[in-house]
Write a protein of this length. Structure first.
Length: 320
């Protein structure tokens, strides 16, 4: 038996939040109808000639921007579990840092203050911490390489911790972390097993200890995981930077990979999946119509709906 493999390299730019927003080659699938579902979606978009965060109802109505500042780039939004705040990455302080704000864009608080890109943040279930990806310049034998590490910070901006360390044998990365529903584990994708073109899923405790492959005994390839808040399933992406598909699997051990099911299967690029709060639907991104638009489908891949229709790139949906 062999590891699950992806067909082509998955680039870091398609997996770490704000970088992916600024590129034109990351996206997902689908037919046209209207969508329905609970709550409110937050997403990033270049629709106002910069990148800002917007909110939208799942039926595609009531689009609102959280900023009118043309000089800032805000991306990679993620709701707190209680729906009261959005955490995101922004260059509002020149360097790309992690910030939080209310849903209307008010009460902006900077959480990190360090050199290097900080992006792809997620609130912990209890609302006390944010996990995110931080960029580092690491000295190697031959030169200096950038690595991307999983980090946490308290929601008041204190106690920034680095949880992962990439091997110093070239560019390494750990990307797009997500919390388990009980907050006891963080799942993320990494190239630490040596094949830089085939990221695999790992989990660790919130302090960075007990890092191990997700699944036993075989590694599960994929990136952009999101852990359902209620159904103990994980949605993730397999594929390349130009052609990804959405998959779902059980989160139970010891053989979660054996339950993996492909939900999208087309010529388009599908990525950035996010669970609805009730675990019944999945929002994601697709370039089916030439731009990255947001779509919604049931958790089994049925009832696919398009949410955004504009000729802009709408990315990184998060659902409250």
């Amino acid at each position: 038996m062999s590891n699950f493999k992806i067909s082509a390299p998955v680039t870091l730019a398609c997996t770490i939040g704000l970088l992916a927003v600024l590129m034109n080659s990351c996206a997902p699938v689908a037919p046209v109808t209207t969508s329905s579902g609970p709550g409110l979606l937050a997403f990033s978009s270049d629709r106002d000639n910069t990148v800002h965060i917007y909110t939208i109802k799942p039926d595609g109505t009531d689009v609102k921007s959280t900023s009118n500042d043309a000089q800032t780039l805000d991306g990679s939004p993620s709701w707190s579990y209680d729906g009261s705040r959005i955490v995101f990455g922004s260059n509002a302080s020149d360097d790309y840092e992690i910030w939080s704000m209310k849903a209307d864009g008010s009460d902006r608080i900077k959480l990190t203050d360090r050199t290097g890109l900080d992006t792809a943040p997620r609130f912990s279930p209890d609302g006390t911490k944010v996990v995110f990806v931080g960029e580092y310049d690491e000295a190697t034998k031959d030169n200096e390489k950038k690595t991307y590490e999983i980090m946490t910070v308290n929601t008041d901006g204190t106690n920034t911790l680095r949880l992962t360390t990439s091997p110093k044998n070239g560019t390494g990365w750990n990307s797009v972390p997500a919390w388990s529903p009980d907050g006891s584990r963080i799942i993320f994708s990494t190239n630490r097993e040596g094949n830089t073109s085939v990221p695999v899923l790992y989990t660790m405790r919130p302090d960075g200890s007990n890092a191990q492959r997700f699944g036993f005994p075989f590694s599960i390839d994929g990136t952009e995981p999101d852990w359902s808040p209620v159904t103990n399933k994980i949605v993730f992406v397999r594929g390349s930077a130009a052609k990804g598909d959405i998959w779902v699997m059980d989160a139970g051990f010891p053989f979660p990979g054996f339950t993996a099911k492909k939900l999208t299967d087309n010529k388009d690029n599908n990525h950035s999946p996010a669970w609805s709060p009730d675990g019944k639907q999945i929002a994601f991104v697709s370039d089916t119509y030439g731009y990255d638009n947001i779509f919604i489908m049931n958790a089994d891949g049925t009832n696919l709906h398009r949410v955004t229709y504009d000729k802009y790139n709408d990315r990184h949906p998060s659902w409250r």
